[in-house]
Ligand binder design. Structure first.
Ligand SMILES: Cc1ncc(COP(=O)(O)O)c(C=O)c1O
Length: 390
């Protein structure tokens, strides 16, 4: 009766089940996995949502790529980052997740195409590929004081049916941004082998140092078809608004053909609501204080994390460039799952074990940098003590 796109085994893993149980108990938890920016005590400008009441939304104007004024507002965000981008090459979507699905429809035949995805990375990529009937093959990111793409592993994963290579920069959860060399390795291969590059940049506004994240030059060469993804969910810290986008660059002929085909896909779904499109510029610009507050918070928490673990021989904070999470390497004596379960059940601290993101080996813990700093500091104090006591 049902398709194989949805996995047979949909039971929560042991940790998720224990977390649900702990939440039912009602006692407070320190949640170092929180990723919802609207639930971490940040203040949003009071009138931010006024923009959604634009009376022009009473008239429906279906546009396959989205309303021009919203696409122009999105194009301006690239220009501010020093990336040349025309509104003509931007398509609006309901979310970044939907953008992936539309691009898989554009680029991949079901059961006859593979997508290369980085590992460790964002677990939802498993579902996004599977739900579109596409084979996912992983290529490794390697840590040697910084995370970079392993080009040998990228070639190992590449097969005759590879249509898309996916990169996430900064990556979730490693926080690693593509280096110039990484970008070159990807662009050269995609151009030569007629594959498209999808670059998920949802965390691009959140560097962990004071300087903005640099744009790797090979991405501006326009050698291969490149789809950049972003959205209000991270850029404006408003996941509930449901507005994402795809920005297309590359050789002109390929871009034109891609846009021509995307127009049909966009026209089929028309999934973005009119009010959010009309509000897009004001939401992008008006959310600047929240973006700044998140930036300050993740930098403060990351700096504290490094400070608090500087003298702990058994906890190492891995270097990261940006994003909302950090990775801790811990001894693999008892296993990630047992450690995360003990932190939850015995100490009421929630962390993600590395296996959820498919780290190549144990033992890693992933923590969110979004919690209020006092709570974050308390949680990290408990984690380091518990690791040390093992
Ligand atoms: C790397 C990455 N891409 C995409 C998304 C999903 O974004 P959206 O809410 O726009 O679908 C997330 C959400 O956490 C993410 O971490």
């Amino acid at each position: 009766m049902f398709s194989r796109r949805v996995p047979e085994d949909r039971h929560p893993n042991r940790l998720a089940a224990a977390l649900a149980e702990a939440r039912r108990g009602g006692r407070p938890l320190i949640d170092l996995t929180v990723s919802n920016p609207t639930r971490v005590g940040l203040r949003y400008p009071e009138r931010l949502l006024d923009a959604l009441a634009d009376p022009r939304a009473l008239t429906y104007r279906p546009e396959p790529f989205g309303l021009r004024e919203a696409r122009e507002a999105v194009a301006d965000t690239y220009v501010r980052r020093g990336v040349r981008m025309s509104a003509d090459r931007i398509m609006l979507t309901a979310s970044t997740s939907e953008a992936y699905s539309l691009l898989f429809k554009l680029l991949c035949d079901p059961d006859r195409a593979s997508v290369l995805t980085p590992v460790p990375s964002y677990p939802l990529l498993d579902h996004l590929t599977r739900l579109d009937g596409i084979t996912q093959r992983r290529y490794a990111l390697e840590y040697h004081g910084a995370w970079t793409i392993d080009p040998v592993d990228l070639d190992r994963a590449w097969t005759g049916d590879t249509r898309v290579v996916l990169a996430v920069s900064p990556n979730n959860p490693t926080g690693s941004a593509l280096t110039v060399r990484d970008a070159d390795e990807l662009v050269v291969r995609c151009a030569e082998r007629r594959a498209a590059l999808i670059l998920d940049e949802v965390f691009c506004d959140y560097p962990l140092s004071d300087a903005p994240l640099p744009e790797p030059a090979p991405l501006q060469r326009h050698d291969c078809l490149l789809f950049r993804l972003g959205g209000l969910s991270k850029t404006a810290a408003l996941p509930q608004m449901k507005l994402g986008w795809i920005a297309v660059t590359g050789p002109d002929r390929l871009v034109e053909e891609a846009l021509d085909r995307l127009e049909l896909i966009g026209d089929t779904y028309l999934s973005v609501s009119t009010p959010v499109q009309l509000a897009a510029r004001r939401l992008l610009e008006g959310s600047a204080p929240v973006r700044d507050a998140i930036g300050a918070r993740i930098r403060q928490n990351y700096a504290w994390l490094r400070h608090a673990t500087a003298d702990a021989p058994d906890v190492t904070v891995l270097a990261a460039d940006g994003g909302w999470s950090a990775v801790l390497r811990v001894p693999s004596i008892e296993g990630e799952e047992a450690l995360a379960l003990s932190l939850l059940v015995d100490h009421r601290v929630v962390v993600h074990p590395g296996f959820l993101f498919d780290f190549a080996h144990e033992a890693f813990l992933v923590v969110s940098l979004l919690p209020p700093p006092d709570e974050f500091a308390r949680g990290i104090g408990i984690v380091t003590e518990r690791v040390h006591a093992a």
